[in-house]
Design a protein around this ligand. Structure first.
Ligand SMILES: [Zn+2]
Length: 51
């Protein structure tokens, strides 16, 4: 199979991200985890509805 992110032909691992199933190579999984772990939007707190 080919990695769905970089297209390399390698042994892939299944990752479930935001409800979607992806097959990624080890390199992309490492990069993906790094990106996901540093996403500022994911850690956004509740906003004040009014002031
Ligand atoms: Zn890849």
């Amino acid at each position: 199979m080919n990695c769905e992110r970089c297209g390399v032909d390698a042994s892939l691992a299944h990752r479930d991200v935001d409800g979607f199933a992806y097959y990624l190579c080890e390199t992309c999984i490492d990069g993906w985890d790094a990106i996901r772990g540093s996403s500022p939007d994911a850690a956004e707190g509740p906003r004040s509805p009014a002031r």
